[in-house]
Design a protein around this ligand. Structure first.
Ligand SMILES: [Zn+2]
Length: 311
């Protein structure tokens, strides 16, 4: 990786429903405005099974979704692929709607999510499913009406990429073979290492596929300052020690969950504008990201530019 101190803010965008869409719409528009004002290009990992369900059950809500994603994209944010389970693109029905499961799953040593449901439980070949996800993504991008990113990234729901080294190899091969350029799911469980760290979060998995491993998590719905501080504390402190050395190059991959904005336990501040304080929460969170960048002398970056720099 070439010299430079950068931060990549990634947003897991999932668990939205028809009823919530008006509020999500406010949040997406506000996030786009704030991201553009502060010059922070967030990378949105969009859960495709939630997209499919919305498209099938409520055309108006789906239009609100695509319009919000368009605003984000025009504000400089990127749209990438996220998925937690098998689903039928035509009916929008998920495998977990028909036969739910909860964690822990007996005989499955990690948190069961994407790989468990698609490959283990439903017996799909990962390569075929990755191809299906790509075409679902292309359909979404056409409806959003923006150009697709040059380098497309994937993040596995529940960070679940299987439980063995062979699963991981198949996962990597499937992404590579279906034209993804980036994975951002590696918590190091299968290789016995830790999650991404500032100085070694971006590395090649194959000739064409790059890993951008998550380093720290932030809660965009929480009250500042402490509950929003990057977590887990051990990982954040490790990053801080390295990040505090201003001459050190690296990439801090931050993970945020958009749905935390709407969690009922978070910062209940009614507002005149949206009745629930969502817009204000977005503005404050993006301002906090901006502050963090300045304190740590990090430059916000897009996935596209990181990929070009990974050797
Ligand atoms: Zn997720």
């Amino acid at each position: 990786m070439r010299a430079g101190r950068r931060a990549l803010f990634t947003v897991d965008f999932e668990a939205f429903s028809t009823e919530q869409m008006p509020l999500w719409s406010v949040a997406m528009e506000e996030w786009a405005r704030a991201a553009s004002e502060r010059g922070i290009p967030f990378a949105f990992f969009v859960s495709l099974e939630h997209v499919a369900a919305l498209r099938v059950v409520d055309a108006a809500a789906y239009r609100e979704l695509t319009s919000g994603l368009r605003a984000l994209s025009r504000a400089g944010c990127e749209l990438h692929v996220h998925n937690h389970c098998l689903f039928d693109p035509v009916t929008g029905v998920r495998s977990v709607d028909r036969v739910p499961f909860s964690n822990p799953v007996p005989g499955y040593p990690h948190r069961a999510s994407m790989w468990y449901d698609v490959v283990r439980r439903n017996g799909h070949k990962w390569f075929d499913w990755a191809k299906e996800l790509r075409s679902e993504y292309e359909r979404l991008i056409i409806d959003v009406g923006v150009p697709p990113p040059r380098e497309l990234a994937f993040r596995a729901g529940g960070w679940d990429t299987g439980t063995t080294a062979a699963d991981w190899a198949e996962f990597v091969e499937g992404l590579d073979g279906t034209g993804f350029s980036v994975d951002s799911s590696q918590l190091g469980r299968l290789s016995g290492t830790r999650p991404g760290e500032f100085t070694r979060s971006a590395y090649g998995l194959t000739q064409k596929l790059v890993e951008l491993a998550p380093c720290v998590w932030m809660n965009c719905g929480a009250q500042p300052p402490l509950r929003r501080f990057p977590a887990p504390p051990g990982a954040a402190l490790r990053q801080w020690r390295v990040a505090a050395l201003r001459q050190r190059p690296g990439l801090l991959v931050v993970v945020v969950h958009f749905d935390h904005l709407f969690s009922p336990s978070q910062e209940p501040r009614p507002s005149k504008r949206d009745g629930n304080g969502t817009a204000e929460r977005v503005v404050r969170f993006v301002a906090y990201c901006d502050k963090l960048l300045r304190v740590l002398s990090l430059r916000p970056c897009r996935i596209q530019e990181v990929v070009a720099d990974v050797e």
